[in-house]
Design a protein around this ligand. Sequence first.
Ligand SMILES: [Zn+2]
Length: 63
Amino acid sequence: MENTHFCQSCGMPLTTEEAKGTENNGLKNNDYCKYCYEDSQFKNPQMNLEEMEKAVKAHMEKK
Ligand SMILES: [Zn+2]
C-alpha cells in the first residue's frame, strides 16, 4: 500500500489506474480521480469553490 494515492479533491483512494483522472493526452493524473478530473479539466471547480466560500461565510456569520 506504499504507493496509494488519494484524490486531492474528494479523498477517494486511487488504487486502480481506472480510478485515476485523465489528461487530454491520454496520460493518467495521480492527484485526482476520474470523477473530479477528466481530459485535463476539473469537472466542477467553480461549484466547489463557491460552496466552500458559502460555507465559510455562513460559519463566520454565526459567530
Ligand atoms: Zn476525486
